[in-house]
Design a binder for this molecule. Sequence first.
Ligand SMILES: Nc1ncnc2c1ncn2[C@@H]1O[C@H](COP(=O)(O)OP(=O)(O)O)[C@@H](O)[C@H]1O
Ligand SMILES: [Mg+2]
Length: 237
Amino acid sequence: MDKIISIKNLTIAFDKNNEVVKNINIDFIRGKTTAIVGESGSGKTLSALSILKLLPTNAVIKNGKIFYKNIDILSLTLKEIEKIRGNKISTIFQEPMTSLNPLHTINKQIEEIIINHNQISSKDAKNKTIELLNEVGLEEISKRHKVYPYELSGGQRQRVMIAMSIANKPDVLIADEPTTALDVTVQTQIIDLLKDLQKKLGMTLIFISHDLSLVKKISDYVFVMKNGKINYYYFFK
Ligand SMILES: Nc1ncnc2c1ncn2[C@@H]1O[C@H](COP(=O)(O)OP(=O)(O)O)[C@@H](O)[C@H]1O
Ligand SMILES: [Mg+2]
């Protein structure tokens, strides 16, 4: 099986001795969905953030390596990892409102992401933005020009975040509790959308959740974390 990301013997600590991720190993298989599931505080988010070198500044990686393809992620400079973030490996988080700028239209925010990573005219970026909004099920929104985040429901905001996260056709999407803040019916719609997009774009999905029933719906592989360790794993397929 083709591994796209491998976490090897990763240990993360705060204040030197307070280990919160303890010698974990996970291989993420290309094109598949791998879930990390576990109770709050078990180390899921920190494990995911380390893949993009986005750990809080007081966190220390005591041991381990992370490979994306053949790239030794933890040894990259800031400039090098920035080329990967949001481009090859992209993320969506639980609370879309904190990730969206309330003062800018959503079109502008999506266009910026496209322009930052590509040589593209502003007209093409505008068209691409409309395409993306359609792709994530926001056809209505794509027809209006000035839509601000506060005008959208939680589910619609999460769709905008998903549009941003796939704007540059990433190899890997890390979704950290992407539906936790949403109503159950909306949760299902977002999960279905993520599944569809994954298939269409051939993305590898890393799905983080505390909800095992949700994880079962979407995952090929599941790793269960507890107290910073991987306790066991299931392969559904
Ligand atoms: N900035 C921080 N400083 C100190 N401890 C932290 C910090 N961020 C997270 N932690 C601790 O690390 C542990 C794992 O956190 P996290 O990966 O966010 O858990 P999860 O995503 O599984 O809920 C928790 O005990 C949390 O309190
Ligand atoms: Mg978390």
